[in-house]
Design a protein around this ligand. Structure first.
Ligand code: GTP
Ligand code: ZN
Length: 299
């Protein structure tokens, strides 16, 4: 038996988990001890090697962030670990879904994950009202990156901001997440090598999520399933906190457990009515609140 090593989980394969050792490539195929919590892409793990290509994961090192996805009922399941940033991708077509955007931002605000906005397809004209709505977000501290994946506009600037961090692209279907990933990882063989090195002994299996090292530095977690992550695990109070401009008002509500809806002397609602908080954002907060599973709305 060899000594314990540490590594990074780079992919979930049908027959095991691909782990990149800190001092070696290609990744090794690992099994996990049954009693371990779910191991996810981005996790740092302790493992022992049974052969140069195979190992067993024995511990998950503490995570600095975890992204959850809703599972059956009110359950949630971790899908990615140790993310630094979520990049919410938007486009003029399909139309900007601001409710989904606010939902992503609220999750990140409560998960120790930074959030940026990417406006893709800037080769297409953007209506003025959408443009104005989008430009409100930088006033809250969210950076907005205008790009075109197809026309290769703004891609090198984007690559620069992705350096030295682990990121994930989120957004509705069709906004161009795959196109952006391809623009940033032009070397297709580099992308597929990771997986084929691991699955060469068996049938090719679809992966739930994969971590890629970007050529300019930084990691990108690509996961079809994570693209639309839900409000899984958030409480109603966390949802309100996820609206950054609400934060200074929340402490001024009369009641500690103010729901910011019809409550007496709610400073958040008052600010929205006075135009200090954009009414559109407050309304979307109310809508998201309605969408939350009942248990997290209680108490
Ligand atoms: N006009 C224009 N179209 C683009 C641009 N980038 C991507 N598209 C197009 O948008 C469509 C959707 O792109 P995808 O990359 O598949 O979008 P996605 O977000 O990965 O979609 P899902 O895989 O369904 O989640 C494709 O037809 C792309 O060619 C762009 O910069 N400009
Ligand atoms: Zn309130």
């Amino acid at each position: 038996m060899s000594a314990q090593r540490e590594g990074l989980v780079v992919a979930h394969l049908g027959k095991g988990i691909a782990v990149e050792l800190d001092d070696a490539t290609p990744p090794v195929l690992c099994q996990t001890l049954r009693k371990l919590d779910t191991v996810v892409v981005g996790d740092r793990v302790k493992l022992t090697l049974s052969s140069p290509e195979q190992g067993r994961i024995e511990a998950i090192l503490p995570r600095r962030s975890t992204l959850f996805r809703p599972a059956r009922g009110n359950e949630s399941r971790p899908v990615a670990a140790n993310l630094d940033s979520v990049y919410v991708v938007l486009a003029v077509e399909p139309a900007c879904d601001f409710l989904l955007l606010d939902q992503y931002l609220a999750v990140c605000e409560n998960s120790n994950i930074d959030a940026d906005l990417i406006l893709n397809k800037i080769d297409l004209p953007l209506p003025a009202d959408i443009d104005a709505e989008l430009h409100y977000y930088p006033t809250l501290g969210y950076r907005l990156h205008p790009v075109s994946a197809n026309r290769q506009i703004g891609i090198s600037e984007l690559a620069h901001t992705l350096q030295n961090r682990a990121s994930l692209f989120a957004g509705q279907s069709g906004v161009g997440k795959s196109s952006l990933t391809n623009a940033l990882l032009p070397d297709k063989t580099l992308r597929t090598n990771t997986i084929s090195a691991i699955s060469k002994h068996g049938r090719h299996t679809t992966t739930a999520a994969t971590l890629y090292h970007l050529p300019g530095g930084g990691d990108l977690i690509d996961s079809p399933g994570v693209a639309i992550f839900g409000l899984a695990g958030l409480t109603e109070a966390q949802l309100a906190w996820g609206y950054r401009e609400f934060q200074p008002y929340i402490a001024r509500c009369r009641f500690n457990d103010c729901k910011h809806v019809t409550d007496k002397d709610c400073a958040v609602r008052a600010a929205a009515e006075a135009g200090e908080i954009p009414l559109a954002r407050y309304r979307r907060f109310l809508k998201l609140r309605e969408k939350m599973p009942p248990p997290s709305r209680g108490g």
